[in-house]
Design a protein around this ligand. Structure first.
Ligand code: NAD
Length: 527
């Protein structure tokens, strides 16, 4: 068994532009995890993984090719029959070992996520890694107690692994969103090819190392790095891939959906969001605003679940803005390795450019008032992809900043006149992932939550539940992850009609009944 140890990341404190120090050159990885071994990629191109807080390279990885995708898909297909036939209790034991191997690497995962995502150290350890470990263990135990077979009348309905699963993941909460797919897929009996985001492949290498340590049979889990356009496209269109599970932008979802259509692949999509936090007129405004600001800023606003729209009664908007300003005052933006930091940089130069352009657009379009932040960098943070947390007030719900996913710490405060109008605004985007509703009356909050056209709604501060289905309506996706629903995404259903017909059974259409199945009166009319 080859076990790769991801070397410590270079701690580079040279000033920008200083001469290179050979000892600090970033690691150069050349391989992919395929068929139970680190295999050299034949990629000629390289991808640079950048630390978004220093703008310096952390490592380079192969820009994986269609051939890498092919080798991984073939390995997964060859391993499928054996893994699918492995008794559930053995799969459970092996996956518990994977979780154990991940737990043993918790600090390394956190260090890498801080380095490649820019997630503040405290949050990386407790949320990115802590939640991922909890989620992985939860997915194993969900499968361990799942009912894979049931009798429906004279039929035996069995749930079987769907085949080879291509699990394509984003960079923003990379470990969590990966385990949320690969653990249920493996527990279902699927074999897996994981394609992490090309922006953050280093945590995925460490995850492959943890899987290697748990000694899964070769080919059951494979991990290949490359861009979406090259390796990703080759993987999701590969004839040996049966299920594609993508978490990413709505743009990528549209492409992958189209790519899968030719071979009628099962495509599961977890996509973008433009989520609303709706404060009703009888709510405790202070606690609703504080919770919304905290959630909006999590991961520097780079989450699909982000409440990027705050809806408040028009006559309470000024009060709400005062509370927003007070809440945001307590958050520290800076070096993600500093334990005091709450907000790190955005993930990349492209993200910085995109978010800045949206903030500019907000100041130019539709009469919104910029009340906090703005397009410039935070004071004293000239290196790194840092932005200023920004708040707009009096936002017209139909303008760009209120309709499009910005994926940064930008809040649109939208005043409304009555509950009907508020619900229309909440539902008035192409997305439908998440939302929140706040009221002094839990029953009223729940009643309004039912009217949200979204897959998730938090009612008066209800907390995330890993057992509950997770996913979106409309252009936020198709299908659900987490809990039983997440497992079923990787299962096919087969109905086996057993020979002993139940009394009173309806006889299906047949030209010639077989002797065994032929009821007495059908037999008389036969032939
Ligand atoms: P992205 O769409 O750029 O990339 C996501 C993944 O898809 C990457 O691995 C990428 O290489 C791959 N990809 C892109 N195009 C592809 C193609 N044509 N074929 C195959 N693979 C392809 O998204 P991102 O920037 O990494 O992540 C941010 C986005 O993800 C946001 O829109 C966010 O809302 C969304 N997201 C959704 C959820 C959810 O659960 N709904 C969770 C996290 C992030």
């Amino acid at each position: 068994m080859t076990v790769l140890t991801v070397p410590p990341l270079p701690q580079d404190s040279r000033p920008p532009g200083a001469a290179p120090d050979a000892a600090l050159l970033p690691p150069r990885y050349t391989d992919q995890w395929i068929d139970g071994a680190w295999v050299a990629s034949d990629a000629e191109g390289r991808l640079v993984v950048t630390d978004p807080s220093t703008e310096r390279p952390l490592a380079t990885v192969p820009a994986g090719t269609a051939r890498d995708a092919d080798r991984a898909a073939r390995a997964a297909a060859a391993a499928f029959e054996g893994w699918a036939a492995t008794p559930l209790r053995e799969r459970v034991a092996l996956l518990r070992r994977v979780v154990g191997a991940m737990e043993a690497r918790a600090d390394r995962f956190a260090e890498i996520i801080t380095a490649e995502v820019g997630a503040p150290a405290r949050m990386a350890r407790h949320t990115h890694v802590g939640l991922s470990l909890g989620m992985a263990a939860h997915c194993v135990e969900t499968a361990a107690s799942h009912t894979f077979e049931e009798r429906v009348g004279h039929s035996l309905v069995v749930r079987e692994p769907a085949g080879v699963a291509a699990c394509v993941t984003p960079w923003n909460t990379p470990l969590l969103l990966t385990v949320q797919k690969i653990v249920p897929a493996l527990m279902a009996g699927c074999t897996v090819v994981h394609k992490p985001s090309e922006i953050t492949p280093l945590h995925a290498r460490l995850l492959a190392e943890a899987v290697a340590e748990a000694d899964l049979p070769p080919g059951v889990f494979n991990m290949v790095v490359g861009t979406g356009a090259d390796l990703g496209t080759a993987l999701v269109t590969h004839p040996l891939v049966d299920v594609v599970s993508l978490t990413g932008s709505t743009r990528a979802g549209r492409e992958v959906s189209a790519l899968g259509a030719d071979r009628i692949k099962r495509v599961h999509l977890e996509l973008g969001g433009k989520n609303a936090s709706l404060v009703l007129d009888d709510a405790d405004l202070a606690s609703a605003v504080a919770a919304t600001v905290d959630q909006m800023l999590f991961n520097t606003g780079q989450t699909c679940l982000q409440w990027s729209r705050l809806l408040v009664p028009r006559d309470r908007q000024d009060e709400a803005l005062q509370l927003v300003a007070e809440a945001m005052d307590g958050y520290v933006t800076g070096d993600p390795r500093d334990p005091a930091t709450d907000l790190g940089p955005l993930v990349s130069a492209a993200a910085h450019e995109r978010v800045t352009a949206y903030v500019r657009r907000g100041t130019e379009e539709g009469g919104a008032r910029l009340v906090l932040g703005g397009p410039g960098r935070p004071a004293g943070l000239d290196t790194g992809y840092y932005v200023r947390p920004t708040v707009f007030a009096d936002v017209d719900p139909l303008t760009t900043i209120a309709q499009e996913e910005i994926f940064g710490p930008v809040l649109s405060v939208i005043p409304y006149d009555d509950e009907e109008q508020a619900v229309r605004i909440v539902n008035g985007t192409r997305y439908g992932l998440h939302g929140a509703v706040w009221s002094g009356d839990d029953a009223r909050a729940a009643r309004v939550a039912r009217r949200f056209r979204s897959g998730l709604v938090d009612v008066n501060g209800g907390q995330f539940n890993p057992a509950a289905p997770f996913g979106g309506f409309k252009q936020s996706g198709i299908g659900r992850e987490c809990g039983t629903a997440g497992l079923e995404a990787f299962l096919e259903t087969k109905s086996m009609q057993l020979p002993q017909g139940a009394p009173g059974q309806v006889v299906g259409p047949r030209l010639r009944a077989t002797a065994a199945a032929r009821p007495a009166d059908t037999e008389r009319n036969d032939g």
